[in-house]
Design a protein around this ligand. Structure first.
Ligand code: AMP
Ligand code: MG
Length: 250
């Protein structure tokens, strides 16, 4: 793996320095990798519409290509480039929980690369509730694909120092915005199927979701795997055999 110098940029989330955000936003536009705080854990971000940048995320994290990424946006209008359908149930849920620690899986738009979705025809989307994450998305004018900013199988990072320990010399920028507040990953729900299904438990509870979607179902794996590997519900992913050829080759 190419060794690069990782720049540290300290930003106060309560008083965001626009010049510093501009540097990070330009890096995203240029196809570079930027780690940034969200309210759940630190994310490792790249332009979700730039296939090469997205591939780099998997390489530096040593993440298998069958594990899809979450696309982060700053407002509902930005969904246009990402999903092909924004169903009524998703409108209702997003009104309740966005911005916040809930990821919604919907049918993907053609513009989203197969690398982001691991060959699936759905894409996971979230509007995070963190001023630095939101400013970075707005400044880069790109949807940002971001898994947790740690090496695959390591614990997700809740501060910049932990990101540095795992990813130094592998990524371009780490934004230090302090400790994250929620500290666990986002809850993931799939609205592309009926009834809506909870794929991973996280920052939003089942009880919260049941208030809005009484018939919501919960995937048993998400309970069993919760403490061990919350993101790994492999049976929902395309198997390597189903992958596009260029992904298999990597
Ligand atoms: P991470 O970004 O490391 O927290 O992990 C992202 C997680 O989101 C994946 O491991 C899956 O659990 C989930 N995910 C992302 N995209 C999809 C999708 N299209 N369908 C189902 N789950 C998804
Ligand atoms: Mg993760």
């Amino acid at each position: 793996m190419e060794k690069i110098k990782t720049a540290f940029i300290e930003i106060n989330k309560d008083n965001i320095d626009k010049e510093k955000i501009k540097i990070a936003g330009k890096a995203i536009k240029d196809g570079k990798l930027v780690a940034f705080p969200t309210e759940t854990v630190y994310g490792l971000g790249a332009d979700a519409l730039n296939e090469n940048a997205v591939k780099k995320i998997f390489q530096v994290k040593e993440r298998p290509f069958f594990d899809p990424l979450i696309v982060h946006i700053s407002c509902l209008e930005e969904l246009q480039d990402i999903v092909s359908d924004f169903p009524d149930i998703a409108k209702k849920i997003s009104k309740m929980f966005w911005p916040g620690p809930l990821t919604i899986v919907m049918k993907k738009n053609k513009k989203i690369s197969q690398y982001v979705t691991a060959g699936l025809d759905t894409v996971a989307v979230r509007i995070p509730k963190h001023p630095i994450a939101l400013e970075l998305i707005r400044e880069s004018k790109r949807p940002i694909a971001a898994p947790s900013a740690n090496i695959f199988t390591h614990t997700s990072s809740t501060n910049a120092q932990h990101v540095f320990t795992d990813l130094k010399n592998r990524i371009d920028i780490i934004i230090d915005g302090g400790e994250t507040s929620v500290g666990v990953e986002s809850t993931v729900i799939d609205v592309s199927i009926n009834p809506v299904n909870i794929l991973r438990l996280g920052g939003i509870t089942v009880e919260d979701l049941k208030k809005v979607i009484p018939d919501i179902t919960i995937n048993q794996d998400s309970i069993l795997n919760e403490s061990k590997s919350p993101g790994m519900l492999k049976k929902h992913y395309a198997t390597i055999k189903d992958m596009p050829d260029d992904i298999k080759a990597l």
